[in-house]
Ligand binder design. Structure first.
Ligand code: ADP
Ligand code: MG
Length: 229
């Protein structure tokens, strides 16, 4: 039986041009995407193909030059910056290649700090942070600082930070690029588990082993989606 799921995010006629006049570079060209909710989706493509640019647009970190991006029934491309910030902080979770943890804070404090920025009620922060760290299997290490954690543990902390406020969508740009391939796979398995629990995850990668365990792969080439499998 196939259950059709609604889309978590939909992009129509997206282009992104950087710069103006003779120096203008068009990095994304007429990208159209309808990404179903509750899936683990990968954007694949060579370096420079436009993956980061696309993730930044879907995550409301950047605006398209043309086109619409529907998320939760709104065109986030057209909303004022403040609303975009609210939506990103409240309904999305971002994970980066570089982990981007605060060095002086423990794993738990890093997650709590992000909850504070997201406007999460103070009284529930500690419990929500601890729960998120448990979801990524990091409870035994939660009082350690980043330099005391392995790369994989640091990335798991960053994932906990991205999920603690219970977003609908996780966007992860090359989340395994700084990890060895075995550790990278354990990270993707965490995303698999989160999808099992109802989250939608979009990640970028060029690791062929990762393509095997995602639900759908969108292949980018020179700023266009050239294949879906
Ligand atoms: N702010 C920017 N100004 C000009 N060119 C950019 C900018 N950001 C990205 N690009 C260019 O866009 C292309 C795609 O970049 P990117 O989205 O980072 O690709 P990927 O993540 O697939 O490696 C590259 O050629 C890059 O140099
Ligand atoms: Mg990139």
């Amino acid at each position: 039986m196939t259950i059709s799921s609604p889309d978590i995010i939909r992009a129509a006629g997206i282009s992104r041009t950087f710069g103006k006049g003779a120096g203008a570079v068009t990095v994304l060209k007429d990208v159209n995407l309808s990404l179903p909710a509750g899936r683990l989706i990968a954007f694949k493509g060579r370096s420079g193909s436009g993956k980061t640019t696309l993730v930044n647009l879907l995550g409301a970190l950047d605006r398209p030059t043309e086109g619409t991006i529907l998320f939760g029934g709104r065109d986030i491309a057209a909303l004022p910056e403040r609303r975009r910030d609210e939506i990103r902080r409240g309904e999305m979770g971002l994970v980066f290649q570089s982990f981007a943890l605060i060095p002086l804070m423990t794993a738990l404090e890093n997650v709590e700090f992000m909850l504070r920025i997201a406007g999460y009620p103070a009284a529930g922060r500690r419990a929500a942070a601890a729960e998120a760290l448990e979801q990524v299997g990091l409870t035994p290490r939660m009082h350690h600082r980043p330099y005391e954690l392995s790369g994989g543990e640091q990335q798991r902390t960053a994932i906990a930070r991205a999920i603690a406020h219970k977003p609908k969508l996780i966007l992860a740009d090359e989340p395994t690029a700084e990890l060895d391939s075995r550790t990278g796979l354990t990270i993707v398995k965490i995303f698999r588990d989160l999808v099992q629990q109802g989250l939608s995850v979009i990640l970028t990668t060029h690791d062929p082993a990762i393509m095997e365990i995602v639900d759908q792969v969108y292949e980018l080439e020179d700023g266009r989606i050239v294949a879906v499998h």
